[in-house]
Design a protein around this ligand. Structure first.
Ligand code: NAD
Ligand code: IPM
Ligand code: MN
Length: 358
């Protein structure tokens, strides 16, 4: 039976990186007879400009019907401060995450041997690094109510958000982390701020309870400020990191630099069904949009995650990841991962090279 892949470019570099990932998917579709069908929809700032909403009804319908979604990135200065919060490009992304209940965001930070010297950290600190960040994606302070900006009695304005997690939300993301750890290094580090915030006191308690069901996995806890430091001092101490929405956002950008560039960090966002949403962890990079210089590899590797997690095509996923490693062996580098003696290529040249290596 054919599988329906919804492709959404988004804003900024979105169209450029998605074009390359789609080329790769279309090529493995042919090579491995995957029977993938592609459809398109709009999400983000350009969707707002065209349809008056960053997550238009038509996109919602297509998204619900899709087996998997490949997405670029949203946002840009042209929409900043010009629209109400719920109509911002980023609100469209938060909407679709919530609408499809994509609570489990997997962000693997893997340092390719060829890129150990592309990281600003010493090569020996990052060579061989393989961390999985499991970020809760549909709760916490991103979605908690009440929220807003209000005017106090003295006339001063006050901004406020609410960080909130229920036991069931903590348990379901914890399970994802423990089950992932069972298949890899058997260690989970839960990152919180339980020395200050009640919401994470409960987070820690629920993780401890859950750990009893996974005696083969070692659970540790770490405060987020220390975790931010440990990630640059001794990143290889980590196997799976599980954390809430905001801390996961920040720590994953930090971890991306261990791999050489934010342009190397893919992601998968999964719900309790088999549906998945695949996007690079980075944003729409307005500073380099339209120049054909963005690194498409995070998006291409997100497509590989899609093949593995939503399309039952693990062998094709392995093949894409091997092709990425192959182009790095050839010395091909976009600007963000460029180093001495390597060959600088554009976004589309990098995509073409991956397709050729398949
Ligand atoms: P960003 O990730 O877009 O860019 C940060 C820096 O990394 C920039 O210098 C950019 O050029 C560089 N960069 C990012 N991706 C790259 C790639 N593939 N290749 C080479 N360099 C790359 O973050 P930002 O500048 O804070 O945000 C820009 C816009 O993107 C904002 O509107 C923000 O809200 C949005 N954003 C969207 C997502 C998403 O769609 N998931 C994620 C983060 C930020
Ligand atoms: C990400 C982005 C988003 C987030 C924004 C654009 C809403 O930074 O995917 O990491 O904060 O989750
Ligand atoms: Mn982010």
């Amino acid at each position: 039976m054919s599988k329906n892949v919804l492709v959404m470019e988004g804003d900024g570099i979105g169209p450029e990186i998605i074009r390359e990932a789609r080329k790769v998917l279309e090529r493995v579709n042919e090579l491995d007879n995957l029977d993938l069908e592609f459809t398109e929809a709009m999400l983000g700032g350009r969707a707002y400009d065209k349809h008056g909403h960053p997550y238009p009804e038509e996109t919602r319908e297509k998204a619900r019907a899709a087996d998997a979604i490949l997405f670029g990135s949203v946002g840009g200065p042209q929409w900043d401060g010009k629209t109400e919060r719920h109509l911002r490009p980023e609100a469209g992304l938060l909407d679709i995450r919530s609408d499809l209940d994509l609570f489990a965001n997997l962000r693997p930070a893997i340092t390719f041997a060829q890129l150990a010297d592309a990281s600003p950290l010493k090569p020996e600190l990052v060579a061989g690094l393989d961390i999985l960040i499991v970020r809760e994606l549909t709760g916490g302070i991103y979605f908690g109510e009440p929220r807003g900006i209000r005017t106090l009695e003295n006339g001063e304005r006050q901004g406020y958000n609410t960080d909130v997690y229920s036991e069931s939300e903590i348990r379901r993301i914890g399970k994802v982390a423990f089950e992932a750890a069972q298949k890899r290094g058997k260690k989970v580090c839960s990152v919180d701020k339980a020395n200050v915030m009640e919401v994470t006191v409960l987070w820690r308690e629920v993780m401890d309870e859950l750990a009893k069901d996974y005696p083969d996995v070692e659970l540790t806890h770490m405060y987020v400020d220390n975790a931010a430091m440990q990630l640059v001092v001794n990143p290889k101490q980590f196997d799976v990191i599980v954390t809430g929405n905001l801390f996961g956002d920040i720590l994953s950008d930090e971890a991306s630099m261990l791999t050489g560039s934010i342009g190397m960090l893919p992601s998968a966002s999964l719900n309790e069904g088999n549906q998945g949403f695949y996007e690079p962890s980075h944003g729409s990079a307005p500073d380099i949009a339209g120049q054909n210089i963005a690194n498409p590899l995070a998006t291409i590797m997100s497509a590989a995650m899609m093949l593995r997690y939503s399309l039952g095509a693990g062998a094709a996923a392995d093949r894409v990841e091997a092709a990425v490693s192959n182009v790095l062996d050839q010395g091909l580098r976009t600007g963000d991962i460029m180093s001495e003696g390597m060959t600088k290529v554009s976004t589309s040249e990098m995509g073409d090279a991956v397709v050729a290596a398949l």
